[in-house]
Every structure is written in structure tokens, then in C-alpha cells.
Design a protein around this ligand. Structure first.
Ligand code: NOJ
Length: 733
């Protein structure tokens, strides 16, 4: 075949998208290309910002939330620059735009990807009206540490749950025309000490088994972009990590999504201690194919110089610009750069209903001695509403809310006012230490039949850079709970927080505990419905709740150790005085607490009860190229009085292997509606690939990793949570 024919056939295979981008790229100057790699926050003075856009030195702008302003700036890019390349407008749209849904950790607690996809669709519809075409979410950092403030922004501790929810969010946004940005790539959540931006050390196999799968799932769902993380992982800040950004993202996964830095994460290479100056930082980032620089200005300031010096090739720039143009092309911005300037519709009935349902499904009933649901039909039931979170329109929205307006929030107090209640907040905000109000709340409690104590954290205590070393209830809330419990009246504690809190003592004191996270705009009606039985709780923990902060990191899919904890272990107060060193044995626990959490992953009660039948296994017919597959099923009966949802969870355990495997691993889940007295069968497919994991060898000083499924014995079971081990079926591969 002649070269000419080869060229023709390769051209013929090019898509319209590629041809468009090739053509545009071939007409761009180096300055215009570098401009496309620059993302600007509009806090610059107008003249500076506008001049940069008119000169074609801006590829994307973020934090503009007004269609008219978007169009005004867009006109400069489209009509006043030589090539007319449109801007793409981005925003931190995290868990809603104006209508705010529960924080992502609460969304994880719903275990309902359809609902999360719908929430993302409605969010995108709101945001697009203001010209936002690129959302900086979902965050799919699997997190084991509730001290880390950003635990609020992800879907919890499990890779399968996080992958499912992240992919649902991507589909929801992108089906409406708003690009998703899956973040933070990668390994951000394992920050030492749970302190944000801190170093992480993650072995390659763990990175691949636990932290990377949600990114891959989001990309498989079509995510158009990825954001670098701030942290240094294994000595390499992500913006300058060629292993992550090139080997894995580009070569292994073949992704063509745009890779944007986090805010200044490129220039941060200087304080990280990797680069002597910002020019060096630009060099390290471009060599690691960080494609767009968010607010760091290192590309605009140094790339041209680095090219002139021969340190960077223009082809490196081209591949980055290609990604930027691709995102814009896929969003249709070249054809339709402008946004209609009609009055936007926010808080539609549909959005509010979805926000309420998501809030209902995100609330987890952790304890109930029978007090819930409240019998509001009782003619004289006197309810005291108390606590610092009962009537906080802003706080119930949670972290990362820039556009949701607190005046649209409906608080629990507002809804409960329709009943016979009294209200005495006790504390005015979550950190309040002024106990004067507690006495008033106690006086009111004495006259009440039931106390609803809305406790928790204000929104500012979680999210980026909002880490806590102490995850008890802040302020005087614990003292308030002591005082309320001392009245002898039943206390229902509702926790509105951005993370699991160490509430063991309060759980003992309370008659019931409902964990609601920050539930968003419609948290009030959602909690009202659950507390009064108009909705049945179905949330399950997306993350392990520790008993005390010293247990962290504590997660269900841990390894057993060679010396698993005695049951029960000898705790500090039981140790005989002066006893010899080894007389109390050697097993893996803390002297103050066993290894058991306060609440395990996947746990949540209902107003009804479910009975699980035994897990049944069938081998699926062999499918060419798809390996071995099994069908696992189990019948679940609703044995109580309420129609309700149950989240059935499929777990596996590999009993021996090339490497040590976790005690259990979630492989699938299904949220199923079961009317009272009826049974439903849940069925999961499990393939041999799902039983595989990343292997590692350092033999003969040659390090390598590979994915494989071991020939081994496995146990498989379907259960209501990660602690409850129903009788497993045995499987041998
Ligand atoms: C920093 C955060 O880490 C990231 O999640 C966010 O999207 C960007 N800043 C933009 O605000």
C-alpha cells in the first residue's frame, strides 16, 4: 500500500470532531494555544480580564453566574478574537446549584443511583440557565477518615458505592449538556492525620484497588474532564505526576478527557518543595500533561519561554489544547456559544420534590427504641423542638454552597410548627458554649412528651480545609444532651453534620438517633416526614462511624492482621495492676476500645424489619470472552408493618491468595422496595473479574503490578450491612 493510500485511509477514519480540531489547531498561534490552557477566576479587574479574553489568552473562566455577563464575555471571545474560540464557563456546582441536595456523603447514604442521577440532571438544568457548562464535580475520593473535612464531598469509603454514585452524577450532568469534572485525581483523601492538602502515601496496588476505580467508572460513564488533586502522593504532587496523568489516564485508560489543575496546584509545586520556582513548576506540570492551569498563571507566564528554550515541545502543547477544544466541541459551544437570557427558573416543584426525596433517603436511622415514628395522631402529644440545628436555613445546606439561597431552605422547625410543639433552641449555633439557654430548653423538656434534639455541625466545619482533630459534637451540645437526657423524657437526636461524629455516648442516651448529614434546601420537610412516619427511613451508612477518633482510619474492608483482636479484648480498666507484660495476650486492638465501630459501613434501620433468606448461587452460562460468571440471589421478606426500601448488599471474601485480601468487599448493591408482608428476590451477577485485584511483585528488584483473579476459595453472601454475615455460599475458582 502506498503512503498516499495510507494517509487517505487514516484521514477517512478521522471523525468530524478530529478534523475540526486539527483544522483549528493548525491555524492557532502558540500564544493562542497557551491561552486555551488558561482558566481564569473573574475576580480580576474588569479591564485586565476583558483584555485577556480579547487577546485570546483565556480558555475558560469560572465563577460567573449570570447569563448576560457570560454572553458579554463570550462575545469578546467569539467576536473579537482572531479565531473566535468560545470560552467554557465553569463553576463549583457540587450538590445542587440553587436547589441544594444533601451533601454528597448524604447522597452516598441513599444507595440510590437513579435518584442521584436525577438530582444531577435537575442541577444541570438550573446551572445551564446561567451559562455554566462545566461543573467541578463529582468528587470521587474514597475516604476513610472523618477528620478530613472533604469527607463531606465524596460518597464514602467504598469504591463500588463511590463508583456507582460518581458515574450517576456524570450521566445526570452530561445528559443535560453540562460537563462533569471528576476529582481529585488522585489519592487526595488519604491525607496524613486527616489534615487537608497533606501528604499521602499509597502503595500502587491499593491505589488501583481502592482509589482509582471510581475515576475509571466516571470516565467510562463519559466524564469529559478530570481535576488534579492538591496533595503530593508518594512524593509527587498530582499536577506533576506523569505516572497518574500519562501512564494511567492516557495510556492505560485511553482517556481523552481534559485534565485541569486544581486552583493553583501547579504553582503549588514551589511550596511543596518540588520546584525552585514557578517556571520549573510549569515545566514539571507540562511534562506530566496537566492540560489546563486553573488560576495558577504558570502556563501563561512561562510556557512560551520554555518552548523557546527548547525545554518543551510544541507538540506537548498541542495535545493539551486538543483536549480543551474537544471539551468545547463536545459541549456544542462552537455552534452555540451563547446562553438564552430568559429569567432563570430555580427551585422548580420538580427540583424541590427531588431534593426532598434525596434528603429523605439520605437520612439514616441509627437507633430506635420504638419512639419513632412519632404518634402525631395523639391528641395531646407535646413535642419540644430543640438544638442548634433545628432552624438553620444556611447550615442545613452544608459545605460548598455558593448559589443556594438560605431563604429558600425549609427548616425542621418551620414544618413542625404545624403540630403542637414548643421551641427552645438551647444553643444558638453548633459551637455555642454558652449554657444559659440550656436551662430554658431543659425547663421546656420537662413539660414535653418527647424531645427532638437537632444537633450537629454548622456547614463551615466541613469541606475543603475544614478538618477536625476532635469529631465529637462541638460546643456545649454534649452537655446539653446530658441535661436533656437527665429529664427522663425520651430524646430523639437528629444529627445534621458533614461527617460521621463520635456520638457513642449520645447514642446511648437517646431513645432514637437519625443521622441526616446536611440535607439541603428541603431537609426540613424530609426530616418531618421521617420523624412522623410519612416516610420510612432507608439510608445506610456510606462510611464507618468510629467510636473514638483514635480508631481512625477504621473501615470495613480492612485486612484481618495475623493477630485479630480477642473478643472481647482486655480493656484498660480491667488490666490487673502490675501484671506481667504478656499475661493479657497479644492481639490487635486499642486498650480503650475494641476494633468494632460505633456503626459499621452499610448499616441503617427501618421502621419495618427484613428477613434475609439464604444466598443462592447459580453459575451463569459461559459467555465467550467474558469469563466465569455467577448469579447470586436471595429472597428478602418485609416482616414488619411498613412498606419500605431495603438496601441489599453483596459481599465477598477471598480466603487465601497471592496477597492478603480484605475481610470483606462490597461487590454490588440494590435498593429494593418491599411492601409489608411481601418478599422480593434480589439478584446480582458476579464475574471472576470482579473477584480480581491488583497484584504486586518486587522480586529481583523489578517492581511490577498486574490485575488477576486468583484460583482460590471464596465466600459470598448477601446481607443488610457489612457487619451482618449471613451464611455465605462457598465458591472455588
Ligand atoms: C479547590 C478545590 O479543591 C476544588 O475541589 C474546587 O473545584 C476548586 N478549588 C475550584 O474552586
Amino acid at each position: 500500500m502506498s503512503l498516499c493510500v495510507l494517509l487517505v485511509s487514516s484521514c477517512a477514519k478521522k471523525s468530524a470532531e478530529d478534523r475540526f480540531i486539527d483544522d483549528l489547531l493548525s491555524r492557532m498561534t502558540l500564544e493562542e494555544k497557551i491561552g486555551q490552557m488558561n482558566q481564569l477566576d473573574p475576580s480580576y479587574e474588569s479591564e485586565v480580564k476583558e483584555a485577556l479574553i480579547r487577546e485570546g489568552r483565556v480558555g475558560s473562566i469560572f465563577n460567573i453566574v449570570d447569563a448576560k455577563e457570560v454572553n458579554r464575555l463570550q462575545r469578546m471571545a467569539v467576536e473579537e478574537t482572531r479565531l473566535g474560540i468560545p470560552l467554557v464557563v465553569a463553576r463549583d456546582v457540587i450538590h445542587g446549584y440553587h436547589t441544594i441536595y444533601p451533601i454528597p456523603l448524604g447522597q452516598g447514604a441513599t444507595w440510590n443511583p437513579e435518584l442521584i442521577e436525577q438530582a444531577a440532571q435537575l442541577t444541570a438544568r438550573e446551572a445551564i440557565q446561567d451559562g455554566i457548562r462545566w461543573a467541578f464535580s463529582p468528587m470521587v475520593d474514597v475516604a476513610h477518615d472523618p477528620r478530613w473535612g472533604r469527607v463531606a464531598e465524596g460518597y464514602g469509603e467504598d469504591p463500588v458505592l463511590t463508583s456507582t454514585m460518581g458515574a450517576a452524577t456524570v450521566r445526570g450532568y452530561q445528559s443535560q449538556g453540562m460537563a462533569a469534572c471528576v476529582k481529585h485525581f488522585a489519592g487526595y483523601s488519604v491525607s496524613e492525620g486527616g489534615r487537608d492538602y497533606n501528604t499521602t502515601w499509597i502503595p500502587e496496588v491499593q491505589l488501583r484497588d481502592i482509589y482509582l476505580p471510581p475515576f475509571k467508572a466516571a470516565l467510562d460513564a463519559g466524564a469529559m474532564s478530570v481535576m488534579c488533586s492538591f496533595n503530593n502522593m508518594n512524593g509527587f504532587p498530582s499536577s506533576a505526576n506523569p505516572h497518574l496523568n500519562i501512564d494511567i489516564l492516557r495510556h492505560e485508560w485511553q482517556s481523552d478527557a481534559l485534565l485541569v489543575s486544581d486552583w493553583g496546584s501547579g504553582s503549588d509545586l514551589v511550596p511543596h518543595g518540588m520546584c525552585a520556582d514557578k517556571k520549573d513548576a510549569a515545566l514539571r506540570c507540562i511534562n506530566a500533561r496537566m492540560e489546563m492551569d486553573m488560576e495558577g498563571n504558570i502556563y501563561t507566564d512561562y510556557l512560551a519561554e520554555l518552548i523557546a528554550e527548547g525545554k518543551v515541545k510544541e507538540s506537548q502543547i498541542d495535545e493539551c489544547v486538543r483536549s480543551v477544544l474537544r471539551l468545547k466541541y463536545r459541549l456544542g459551544l462552537f455552534d452555540n456559544p451563547y446562553v438564552p437570557e430568559d429569567e432563570p427558573t430555580f427551585y422548580s416543584d420538580e427540583a424541590l420534590a427531588a431534593a426532598q426525596q434525596t434528603a429523605e433517603e439520605s437520612a439514616i436511622l441509627l437507633k430506635n427504641d420504638g419512639i419513632l415514628p412519632l404518634n402525631i395522631q395523639h391528641p395531646t402529644l407535646n413535642i419540644l423542638i430543640t438544638g442548634p440545628l433545628a432552624d438553620q436555613k444556611k447550615e442545613q445546606l452544608g459545605t460548598w454552597v455558593f448559589d443556594g439561597q438560605p431563604e429558600h431552605s425549609v427548616t425542621p422547625l418551620e414544618v413542625f410548627r404545624s403540630l403542637n410543639i414548643s421551641y427552645e433552641p438551647g444553643l444558638t449555633y453548633s459551637r455555642d458554649k454558652n449554657k444559659a439557654g440550656i436551662a430554658k430548653a431543659v425547663a421546656a423538656a420537662k413539660k414535653a412528651d418527647v424531645i427532638l434534639f437537632f444537633a450537629g455541625e454548622e456547614a463551615i466545619l466541613s469541606g475543603e480545609a475544614r478538618c477536625r482533630a476532635d469529631i465529637n459534637l462541638p460546643g456545649a451540645q454534649a452537655e446539653m444532651m446530658d441535661a436533656l437526657a437527665a429529664t427522663g423524657k425520651p430524646v430523639v437526636m437528629i444529627v445534621m453534620a458533614g461527617r460521621p461524629l463520635t456520638i457513642g455516648k449520645q447514642v446511648e442516651q437517646a431513645a432514637a438517633v437519625l443521622y441526616a448529614f446536611h440535607g439541603g434546601t428541603m431537609a426540613g420537610p424530609a426530616l418531618f416526614n421521617i420523624l412522623t412516619g410519612q416516610a420510612v427511613p432507608s439510608g445506610k451508612t456510606p462510611i464507618t462511624f468510629p467510636k473514638m477518633v483514635g480508631q481512625i482510619p477504621l473501615y470495613y474492608n480492612r485486612h484481618n492482621t495475623g493477630r485479630p483482636s480477642y473478643d472481647p479484648p482486655m480493656l484498660i480498666d480491667s488490666i490487673p495492676i502490675g501484671c506481667p507484660q504478656f499475661s493479657i495476650g497479644q492481639s490487635s486492638y486499642w486498650l480503650e476500645t475494641p476494633t468494632e465501630p460505633l456503626f459499621p459501613f452499610g448499616f441503617g434501620l427501618s421502621y419495618t424489619t427484613f428477613e434475609y433468606g439464604s444466598t443462592r448461587i447459580d453459575t451463569l452460562p459461559f459467555r465467550e470472552g467474558q469469563g466465569v460468571g455467577y448469579s447470586l440471589s436471595c429472597s428478602i421478606t418485609n416482616t414488619g408493618k411498613y412498606d419500605a426500601y431495603e438496601v441489599a448488599q453483596l459481599y465477598t471474601h477471598q480466603k487465601s491468595g497471592y496477597m492478603v485480601r480484605p475481610l470483606k468487599e462490597l461487590k454490588g448493591f440494590e435498593k429494593v422496595y418491599i411492601p409489608a408482608g411481601e418478599s422480593r428476590t434480589v439478584t446480582f451477577t458476579l464475574t471472576d473479574e470482579q473477584l480480581g485485584y491488583w497484584h504486586e511483585s518486587h522480586h529481583d528488584f523489578a517492581s511490577k503490578v498486574w490485575f488477576e483473579t486468583d484460583s482460590a476459595d471464596y465466600e459470598v453472601w448477601i446481607a443488610p450491612d457489612s457487619r451482618c454475615q449471613t451464611t455465605p455460599v462457598q465458591l472455588t475458582l
